[in-house]
Structure formats: structure tokens, C-alpha cells
Design a binder for this molecule. Structure first.
Ligand code: DOR
Length: 430
């Protein structure tokens, strides 16, 4: 592997330094560093250097949904978005509920080689919520599964959830819950409130999330297990999380970029690009998400990157699938919603998009400090960039971005995975 010299980079936005990388590890940090001939040079141009971003929640659709995304196209989107590790949800076809499928996903990620792809195993067989999947076998497999989830569906039965958490405690893995009481939502896909009523759309009440979060915090406390709450969307869930954390429950939580920025006000045109589960909620909810993320009650930003081919989105509201692209816009949305208003500095961005996700996902070599002896795994961010989102220009196979035509601040200008430049200036490095 050739050495890499990164010049004029500002770790966490602080003073500019050079970094010399050898064998994928930071060997030297200083100013005016020189390197032997043949060393690859990445001129960082005074941009902000962060640890590589880690996303605990993506849908890469492979196997079975390749018309919407593949592990290859999703890896391209991840690298271009500044990500160096992603957790791929198991709602594929076949479902990732056996060692064979999770090993396939892991191996395919390694073959593409742009980003560490960590398969998430299903909690229940076929995501049916009836019978626990073989969590131990998946954890012990070559895929080394460390997170289990039925995402897209809630593990609804409290006894099954209790057993899953007990296994999680014994196996030292985390259960990521899609908190939705299906009996209360009835499959509705719009926030229950005045806008849904006016539009004649059935409502998904915020209580359907809050009640499952409360139940699961109690079950996690009893089991002594690690619970992770996916895509928190309601301000009422935050109070439950705060109380559980204060009691020492091992619970972590994520918010998506779209729940930081977008509200149900977007639903008035019935455009299914805005259909997502959990639904976009109110301005009070987005404001509460931002504050909870700054405070640490919500630990991380996770994209819930959910590509859908046009035949699943260019249809009427009721028939469309829920979900939005997120990998290439996440950093910009976080800059816009959290950095620009002064809620997070660059250390804070590193915390919520890299360090905490790596801790929750149990990744030893991601989310590490930028220091000598640490892996050279970075996202280089131009904080002054401005760009206009065009779904068709994104690397994903699908184009279902809710930010179409929006001007967003900040961009990942280079991504480095263990000393190898995986993306640079908007291009993936093959
Ligand atoms: O909007 C969503 N889309 N929410 C989920 O929980 C699942 C995801 C998907 O798989 O498309």
C-alpha cells in the first residue's frame, strides 16, 4: 500500500496540520511534513478533517431489491457522503435472518471495498415477529453481526422482545427497535394531526412510538441489555429516553436527517417522495430532535437511507413505499440544522456521526480520534461548499431524495478508509 500525505487539513476545524499515513495508520502529524517520492498526496486545502462517518441505519436492498439499490451503488453513495462504515438493514429478499445471508452481505461489501458494510441481522425469522431468528449463529458467523433489528417493522410481541433482549445481553449485541405499535398506526403513513386530517390521510399517532420506546426501555432495564431506538420522530419519545438514561438503562437513540429538517407541511401536494416511516412530524418535533441531539439524549444521526425505484414512488400516496435517500445529503443536512444554528461544533458532528455510532455498533477501528497510531479513516469536509441536490446525479440507483432542488451547505470532498482514498471531489476512487 502506498503511503498517503494529507496536507493542510484542519482536524475538527482546528489548526491546519499535515498527516502522514503509513500502512493505513497515522504515522505522523505536524506542519511542513514531507514524504518520500511515490507518496500519494491529498491536498486538503484547509478543509475540516473528521473521523470517517458511520451510519447505523441504511437499506442497501441486496439481495432481492437490486432495482432500487445494490451494495455497490449504496457503497458509492456512502463513500461520496463521507461514510466509512454502514449498517445494512435486513429487510431484503431473502431476509437477512441466517448466517448465509449476512455473510453474503458482508462479503459483497468487502468485494466492493469502499466502505465497511456491517450486516444487521433480523430479530425474528422472516421479520414476521413470531419466532426469534438464530441470533447466536449470526453473531458467531464470519459476518460478526453486532446489531439485530426487524426495521421496517416493530418487534411487537413483548415476550419476543424480552427474549431478544435477554439473548442480546448474553451475546453482547444490540437490538435496534423500529418503535411503532402497529395496532395504533394501522399502517398509516402521515403524522396524525391537522394536516393529515385536512388531506384525508389516515394518521400515525406519535403515541405509537412513545409507548413502544417506554415498554422497551423497561424490558432492556430488566434484561441488562443494549437497546437502540431507530429513527426517533416524536418529541414525546425524548422525555421517555431522558428518564430511562437517567435510570441507567442501556438505551441509545438515533434521529434521521429528514426528521431534523422536514415537517408534515410537505405533505400538502401528496407527493410520495415525502412518505416515510415514521412520518415527518411537526416543527415542534424537529426542534425537539435538534435540541435532544445537541444534549446527547439522542445519541446519533443515522440516515435510514431507503432507496426505492421509481415504480415504487411515482405512484399515488397510498400505493407508494415509504423511505428517502440519505447517504449523500446527511452531512449537509446536519450542517444546516445543527452547525449553522450553533447547536453542534465539529467535535459535536464527529460525536453524533462517527464516534457514538461506532461505539453503539461495537466497531473498534471506526470513530477513532485523529491522532498518531490511529487508523487513517476520515471524512474531509468543505464547510463553505454550497450545492443543489439533484436526485438523478446521486450515486444511488434510485432518485427518491426529498431535497430535490434544495441548496444545501457543506460537502464531503474526500473520504479515506484505512489510508485509501475512496472518494474525492465527487468521484469514487475505483
Ligand atoms: O421509510 C422507511 N423505509 N422506514 C422504514 O422503517 C423502512 C424503510 C424501507 O425499508 O424502505
Amino acid at each position: 500500500m502506498t503511503d498517503l500525505l494529507i496536507t493542510d487539513a484542519k482536524p475538527y476545524g482546528e489548526d491546519a496540520v499535515d498527516l502522514l499515513v503509513r500502512d493505513g495508520v497515522v504515522a505522523e502529524i505536524g506542519t511542513g511534513l514531507s514524504a518520500p517520492e511515490g507518496t500519494e498526496v491529498l491536498d486538503a486545502g484547509g478543509n475540516v478533517l473528521l473521523p470517517g462517518l458511520v451510519d447505523l441505519h441504511v437499506h442497501l436492498r441486496e439481495p432481492g431489491g437490486e432495482e432500487s439499490e445494490t451494495i455497490e451503488t449504496g457503497s458509492h453513495a456512502a463513500a461520496l457522503g463521507g461514510f466509512t462504515a454502514v449498517f445494512a438493514m435486513p429487510n431484503t429478499d431473502p431476509v437477512a435472518d441466517t448466517a448465509v445471508v449476512v455473510e453474503h452481505v458482508r462479503r459483497r461489501g468487502e468485494e466492493v471495498g469502499l466502505v465497511d458494510v456491517h450486516p444487521v441481522g433480523a430479530v425474528t425469522t422472516g421479520l414476521k415477529g413470531e419466532k426469534l431468528a438464530e441470533l447466536g449463529t449470526m453473531a458467531a458467523s464470519a459476518a460478526q453481526v453486532r446489531m439485530f433489528s426487524d426495521d421496517g417493522r416493530c418487534v411487537h410481541d413483548p415476550l419476543i422482545m424480552r427474549r431478544a433482549l435477554e439473548y442480546a445481553s448474553a451475546l453482547d449485541v444490540v437490538i435496534a427497535q423500529h418503535a411503532e405499535d402497529h395496532r395504533l398506526t394501522g399502517g398509516a403513513q402521515a403524522h396524525e394531526g391537522p394536516i393529515a386530517s385536512r388531506l384525508g390521510l389516515a394518521g400515525w399517532p406519535a403515541t405509537a412510538e412513545e409507548t413502544i420506546v417506554a415498554r422497551d426501555c423497561a424490558l432492556a432495564r430488566e434484561a441488562g441489555a443494549a437497546l437502540h431506538v431507530c429513527h426517533v420522530s416524536s418529541l414525546h419519545s425524548i422525555a421517555v429516553l431522558r428518564a430511562a438514561k437517567a435510570q441507567g438503562v442501556r438505551v441509545s437513540a438515533e434521529v434521521t436527517p429528514h426528521h431534523l429538517l422536514l415537517t408534515d407541511g410537505r405533505l400538502t401536494g401528496y407527493d410520495p417522495v415525502n412518505k416515510v416511516n415514521p412520518p415527518l412530524r411537526t416543527g415542534a418535533d424537529t426542534q425537539a430532535m435538534r435540541e435532544a441531539l445537541a444534549e446527547g439524549v439522542i445519541d446519533v444521526v443515522a440516515t435510514d437511507h431507503a432507496p426505492h425505484a421509481s415504480q415504487y414512488k411515482d405512484t399515488e400516496w397510498a400505493a407508494a413505499k415509504p423511505g428517502m435517500l440519505g447517504l449523500q445529503t446527511a452531512l449537509s443536512v446536519v450542517i444546516h440544522t445543527m452547525v449553522e444554528p450553533g447547536l453542534l461544533d465539529w467535535h459535536g458532528v464527529a460525536r453524533v456521526m462517527s464516534e457514538r455510532p461506532a461505539e453503539i455498533g461495537n466497531l473498534a477501528d471506526q470513530g477513532r480520534p485523529i491522532a498518531v497510531g490511529e487508523p487513517a479513516t476520515f471524512a474531509l469536509v468543505d464547510p463553505d461548499a454550497q450545492w443543489t441536490v439533484r436526485g438523478a446525479a446521486l450515486a444511488s440507483k434510485a432518485a427518491n431524495t426529498p431535497y430535490e432542488g434544495m441548496r444545501l451547505p457543506g460537502a464531503a470532498v474526500a473520504t479515506v478508509l484505512r489510508g485509501r482514498v475512496t472518494a474525492r471531489d465527487g468521484k469514487v476512487m475505483a
